[in-house]
Design a binder for this molecule. Sequence first.
Ligand code: SAM
Length: 237
Amino acid sequence: MNRFFIPPNSILDENFVLRNPATVFQIRKVLRAKVGEKIILLDNSGFEFPAEILKISRQEISLKILEKRENLAEPNLKINLFQALPNSTTKFEEILQHATEVGVSGFWPIICERSETRKLRNPERLAKILTEAAEQSERGKIPTLAEPVKFGKIWDEPPAGLNLIADSFSTEPLLAKFFSEIQEVATTNIFVGPEGGFSEKEIMTARKFRAQTFSLGRRILRTETAGVAIASAIFFG
Ligand code: SAM
């Protein structure tokens, strides 16, 4: 069944009218859905609502909510990705898409000493990528996307949870050392550096605030690969 996120708290009773023009177009023209067919509505609460199409017009689609049920694809572990902004928007979009599919809960773009990019471009497009990736992977919540923040600033108020820095300049300890701790804590924040890696000063600063470094071994991954590989190792390992 096709899935569509709708605004939070917008299901009030068993009748629901979809009016978002892009979603109406998608259902009517792309999927060519017919009256009587079923779709799943998601209100970003972690619940999902199978619904039957009652009426289709150019502007809106009327639905009958059939059920409210828990979404079972949302991960139990909360993994946030503090990702250095890569030097192209396309790379950042790939990271958002793939890491959402794998199960990352929140994205925190960071600006490092060696970052070449400092701004998020086209936030509407990025929001759309997150929504579509969450729909595609059948998740119940859309990951959050924060505003970019300087790496140094983060430690003014260190993120709650286990803070782990992917350090391509060291070969130990391996990420696997932290697997059992990750299962026990409420939140794990993974930090991935830019194309040039974190500076020594950045690593020292993070360590001062009890962040721990880890290695993925001797092969060096691109920044746009590292976060997805780390999240995959945690969720599928
Ligand atoms: N110029 C750096 C070097 O030669 O080591 C490579 C930086 S890498 C392209 C970008 C980021 O991905 C790193 O800062 C790190 O966070 C992560 N990364 C890539 N490979 C890694 C590895 N083998 N172990 C730990 N982190 C890695």
